[in-house]
Ligand binder design. Sequence first.
Ligand code: FMN
Length: 354
Amino acid sequence: MTALERAGLGLLHRMDPETAHHWSLNALRAGLAPLHGGPATGARLATTLAGIPLDNPIGLAAGFDKNAVAVAPLMRAGFGFLEVGAATPRPQSGNAKPRLFRLPKDRAVINRFGFNNEGAAAIAARLAMRPRGRVPVGLNLGANKDSTDRAADFAAVLACCGLHADFVTVNVSSPNTERLRDLQGREALAALLAGVMDVRATLAKPVPVFLKIAPDLTEGDLDDIAEVALTSGLSGIITTNTTLSREALSDAQREQAGGLSGAPLFERSTRVLAQLSQRVAGRLPLIGVGGVGSGEQAYAKIRAGASAVQVYSAMVFEGLSLIPRIARELDALLARDGFATVADAVGTDRERWL
Ligand SMILES: Cc1cc2nc3c(=O)[nH]c(=O)nc-3n(C[C@H](O)[C@H](O)[C@H](O)COP(=O)(O)O)c2cc1C
C-alpha cells in the first residue's frame, strides 16, 4: 500500500462507513484514487469463465458499485472482471440507516442495505455507455422488496439490462430482503430460473447466467441447488453471499443485524464452494467469494474448486492496491506449484475442505 492510499484509507475510516463508501466511489469517478491501470495478466493468470475470456481470475464482487457509476475507473484497478448491482426493476431506497458497519478487529463488514439502487433503467443506461475493453462487466439481479412476484423481477431486470452486460447473476441469497432466500428452494428456484432463461432466449446475445448462493445452506440444500442448476441451463454458480452466522467475532459491532462478510467468512464460504464443486465439477464453473484478502486465499478458493474469485470486504481495509497484489501473489503460487494455468489448479485441493 502506498503512503497516499494509507492516508486516504485513514481518512475514510474516520467517516461513518456508508459516507466513506460514497466518497470512495466519488474519488474513483474524480480520478483521485490511485489505480493500477488495467488487469494484471500473463500466461498463467489468463483464463476463461463460462466462455468469457479473462486476463486474470480476480473479480470485483457485487454491491460495491451498485449503480454502475464507477465502471470505467474500476476497469483500470487491476480486476479481471467486475460485477455491478444489485439492480431491481424499480428504484428503491433500501433499509433505514445506519446499515453498514466496519468490524476492524475482525477484518469484517456487516451490511443490511436491502438492495438500495437507482433501478434497472438507470443502470442499463450506464452499462450501455461504458467503455468496451478487456474487463467484462456483469450485473447482479435483485427483486424489489414490495414486489408481488419476486421471481418475475429477476426476469424483468434481465430483459431491461441483459444486452448491456457480459454476464448476469441471479441473486437469491441476500439476507437483507425478507424471505428472498426462500427462492433457493428446489421448486421455487427451478421456476425462477425457467423465467430467467425464457427472457435470455429472447436476447440478441445469449448472456451467461450465474446463480449466487448463501453460505448458510445444508448439504441437502446444496444437492437440490446442484440438481436445479445442472438442469436449468445456468452458466455457473457464485459461492457465496454474506452469512447470518456470527462465529468467533470480537468487534463491538458483531451483534448488528445483517450479512457478515470479510475474513470470518473465508472458511465457511470455501467449504460450501468445495461441497458444491464435489457436485458439479467439470459441468459448471464456480466463482469463489467470501473473505479473500490475499493471493494465498484466492489460490485456496481456486484449489477448492473455483474457476475465478471475487473480492469486496478486504478492500475496505487494504485499499484497491490489494487487487494487483492478489494477482501477483496468485501468479507466484501457481508457478511455485508447477501449474501452467489457473485452470490447471481448479479443484486440486478440494478434498481438504470436505
Ligand atoms: C456493503 C455490501 C453490499 C453488498 N451488496 C451485494 C449485492 O447487492 N448483491 C450481491 O449479490 N452481493 C452483495 N454483497 C455480497 C458480496 O458481493 C460478497 O458476496 C460478500 O461480501 C463476500 O465477499 P467478501 O468477504 O470479499 O466481502 C454485498 C456485500 C457488502 C459488504
